[in-house]
Design a binder for this molecule. Sequence first.
Ligand SMILES: O=C(O)CCC(=O)C(=O)O
Length: 286
Amino acid sequence: MNLSSNGVPIPCTPELFGPLRPSADLLPPRDPAALRARLHADGYLYLPGLLDRSAVLRLRGRYFSLFPPGLLAAGTTPEDGIFSGRVPDGLPEYGVAGHPAHTFVRSAAFDRFVSDPALASLAALLLGAEARMLPRRILRHFHRGAHRASRAHVDFDYMDRGSPAVVTLWIPVGDCPPRTGALVYLEGSHRLPPEEYAPLRDITDRPADRRQICHDLELTARTLGRRWLWADFAAGDVMVHVPRVIHASLDTTTDAMRLSADVRFVRAADTPDPRWLTPWSADDGA
Ligand SMILES: O=C(O)CCC(=O)C(=O)O
């Protein structure tokens, strides 16, 4: 399997990659205390099949239906989300006003989907208190050929002006194996002191933005002596992670496009980072 992130190849070897540990067997009513302990031990929870697969695929279809003709391959459906190889002319920049992603995160259908009580009750269980979803919910859509993905980072660096007790839920909106651009987590990295990865920030392809750690995932893994943990995500799966775990995404190289949502919860009584209190726009600078 040829994998890359932001155009930089990363060899698919056992030294650099390992499997994410599934935790769906601990979901309530089975063992809530063990689920919480697992999140703190691993820095993430991989929950295959938490959501209804058909509801996730319907959401995928609704999003891709918003595009003008030409984005989807002939003879395929919006639910398939298969890239034609061409982005229609005249679309605004990704995620800014007028782009379908900007419209979609403000839509009733998206709001209903992320307001699924299963997500809020999971967040409440993990936070140990009533949970509040932050209104800045991000939709990420990547297609093959763009060589664009999320660089290695920790969420904390983007939300350090409010309560640090945050849980992020990453929801693939469609099947998302590594070649479709899956998220990968650096094993045990939530326990690393930030000074340990600070030098990597000088090697990034975006030196002006100190929040990202590095765009080179092989270099990150080798420097920190840890593997990237991966899974063959399917529609219906949910990942949960803590603000200090290093994660990144892989480039999309399949015809199927990568679509995902990330939503975050804090304790209802806590003060959240004010930048996360308004709906996401790709140019909001947060
Ligand atoms: O979906 C991605 O590529 C990045 C998502 C992410 O960083 C997050 O959910 O915290």
